[in-house]
Design a protein around this ligand. Structure first.
Ligand code: 6PG
Length: 468
């Protein structure tokens, strides 16, 4: 009955469901009832047993607890009271491998376990989040209508759809968060560049506001203007200038990158967003580097038309980089789907991200329709995306060159364009890597004109031998 749990319960009650409430700390439930008890049909329970037995069968129990050991403890406390076919839903940001483990354990006992990613924060939970449920198809039949009801809607369509078995829902939510990290990093880089070009905070807020009326239209761009305009009540200074520049994280972005590494899927733009937070939160490194390292002073001299051109270029660089982060995240989802047998429908994922979640953006409708209409390996090849990338790429490269020249760090933009260039290159530098590996470690290489593996006798007569 903390913020997310009570908001979701209120959302269900507002949709006409009778909702039983339980919290380990009874006063939490009492507080929730005192503040919102009048909003719907709530049935507060004092014990786990009362809570479970008050539910209709199959029981649909939604947990909103801190991801980790607590989730296991709460599940264990429910087990003695469950009956065959009951459904336990974990709505937290759990690691998908934990979800797979829990699902297997509960399935063995005759219960359903659904790892459901829920995005949208407190307001989303109350007014309509985006929901990404995994677990068995059978559990979705009992659960789906309720989750769809309480989710956000776009043109009457719910931002909730069955994702795939066991950990699929939490995997997709994890990648959502990885994209969220990248989105924020790109916005941060755009902000740094606008600052380098001499824009005031109010001018920047106006720029983001304008961008939010075009292709960049998204929740994160929208709230950027609000954060930039916020004045600190204590000092009268802009709030942004009194916030310590060290970004925190709970770890879902890191998991996205770790899982991509395990799957062998390149998500370098998302990784740079995670590493940018790591640099920001490494005071020792920053202190020593600030004292030791020289370089340009992060100003970009522009006036008149050139200034507006730079602003427009930054917009295009931001859009193109954002597309790359989505392409990487969706590639990771698609690959994980194959690896784990989830059969994930990428168009459906884009569809349920169109509203309710933190990365909601106009771009997601384009992504949905492109995946629905084409059999895409990468979002970058989608007809309307590739033509727009082609249009943006001059600006993208100009912005990165200007940033590097002025000493403004743009790790996200740079990683995104490097991915674009590597992916489209007919040959990449890996042939040399293979040659070097073969030289020092006889790791062998494949030839473009023959089958099998080969090794050059580097320390002998340099003739080539076929290895298998
Ligand atoms: C959401 C958010 C939410 C939260 C994350 C990110 O989709 O509603 O992603 O899950 O903001 O925990 O947190 P960190 O930035 O702290 O990792």
């Amino acid at each position: 009955m903390a913020v997310m749990g009570s908001s979701l319960a209120r959302n269900m009650a507002r949709h006409g469901y009778r909702v039983a409430l339980y919290d380990h700390w009874v006063d939490q439930t009492q507080k929730m009832m005192a503040a919102h008890g009048g909003e719907g049909a709530f049935v507060p329970a004092g014990t786990v047993e009362d809570f479970v037995t008050s539910l209709e069968r199959p029981r649909r129990i939604v947990l909103l607890v801190k991801a980790g050991d607590v989730t296991d403890q709460v599940i264990d406390s429910l087990l003695p009271h469950l009956e065959e076919g009951d459904i336990v839903v974990d709505g937290g940001n759990s690691y998908y491998e934990d979800t797979r483990r829990r699902e297997a354990k509960l399935r063995e006992l005759g219960f359903h376990f659904v790892g459901a990613g829920i995005s949208g924060g407190e307001v989303g939970a109350l007014e309509g989040p985006s929901i990404m449920p995994g677990g068995s198809k059978e559990s979705y039949e009992a659960l789906g209508p309720l989750l769809e009801d309480i989710s956000a809607h776009v043109d009457g369509e719910p931002c909730c759809a069955y994702i795939g078995t066991d950990g699929a829902g939490h995997f997709v939510k994890m990648v959502h968060n990885g994209i969220e990290y990248a989105d924020m990093q790109f916005i941060g880089e755009a902000y740094e560049l606008l600052k380098a070009a001499g824009l005031s905070l109010e001018e920047m807020a106006q720029v983001f506001e304008t961008w939010n009326t075009g292709d960049l239209d998204s929740y994160l761009i929208e709230i950027t203007s609000q954060v930039l305009r916020q004045v600190d009540a204590r000092t009268g200074a802009p709030l942004i200038d009194v916030i310590v520049d060290a970004a925190g994280m709970k770890g879902t972005g890191t998991w996205t990158v770790q899982s991509a590494l395990t799957l062998g899927i390149p998500v370098n733009a998302i990784a740079e967003a995670v590493f940018a937070r790591a640099v920001s939160s490494h005071p020792e490194l920053r202190e020593h580097a600030q004292a030791a390292l020289a370089g340009p002073d992060r100003t970009i001299e522009v006036t008149g038309d050139a200034r507006q051109q730079l602003i427009d270029d930054i917009r295009d660089a931001l859009w193109a980089s954002k597309v790359v982060a989505y392409a990487q995240g969706l590639d990771e989802i698609r690959s994980a789907g194959k690896e784990y047998g989830w059969e994930i429908n990428v168009a459906e994922v884009a569809k349920i991200w169109r509203d309710g979640c933190i990365i909601r953006a106009k771009l997601l409708e384009r992504i949905r329709s492109e995946y629905a209409a084409n059999n895409l390996v990468t979002l970058l090849e989608a007809p309307s995306v590739k033509s727009e990338l082609e249009r943006c790429q001059g600006a993208w490269r100009r912005v990165i060159a200007a940033a590097v020249g002025a000493g403004v760090p743009v790790p996200g933009f740079s990683a995104a364009v490097a991915y674009y260039d590597m992916a489209r290159a007919p040959r990449v530098n890996a042939a040399l890597t293979q040659g070097l590996r073969d030289f020092f470690g006889a790791h062998t290489y494949r030839r473009i004109d023959d089958e099998g593996s080969f090794h050059t006798l580097w320390s002998g007569d340099r003739s080539e031998v076929k290895v298998d």
